[in-house]
Design a protein around this ligand. Structure first.
Ligand SMILES: [Zn+2]
Length: 150
């Protein structure tokens, strides 16, 4: 995804993103009462769908559908039937992190394992993927532990 495309998605979702950011408090800003799961899920679906649609075309892969889930340990997964599943808590992470997870799962449509050719696919589309992975390693447990009010 080019810088211009990322900017465009950010622009389209700006109000929502700004609102989420504004609500954030120290550390990652996961204030218990601030974000409802239902609105976070809607935001997650919008962002994931927009990114997946563009990136699938670039990678020339097809997915069947996108599922937004409440996985306790996973950020994303890709089934053999072509369903991509994403953890709604990704929407609480920086957009680049969510974007990386989307690209990661789309690359699994090409290479279903974590072999060298899989990482080559990720690297070609997101040369800085390691930064995003490291962010998830550092902050992921806090995101996964987050329980919204509703
Ligand atoms: Zn993977």
């Amino acid at each position: 995804m080019s810088r211009a495309e990322i900017d465009r998605v950010l622009r389209e979702k700006r109000t929502w993103i700004v609102e989420q950011r504004r609500r954030q408090v120290p550390r990652l800003g996961l204030e218990r009462m601030a974000v409802s799961e239902s609105e976070a899920r809607i935001g997650a679906r919008e962002l994931v769908s927009a990114l997946a649609e563009e990136e699938a075309a670039r990678l020339r892969v097809r997915y069947r559908r996108i599922r937004i889930g409440d996985q306790r340990t996973l950020w994303g997964s890709c089934s053999s039937s072509g369903t991509l599943s994403f953890n709604w808590r990704l929407v609480l992470a920086p957009l680049g992190v969510l974007d990386y997870v989307v690209v990661h799962e789309l690359c699994h449509l090409r290479v279903p394992n974590h072999s060298q050719s899989f990482w080559t696919c990720v690297e070609q589309r997101r040369p800085r993927w390691r930064d995003q992975r490291d962010w998830l390693r550092e902050h992921g447990p806090e995101l996964l532990a987050f329980r919204p009010a509703d």
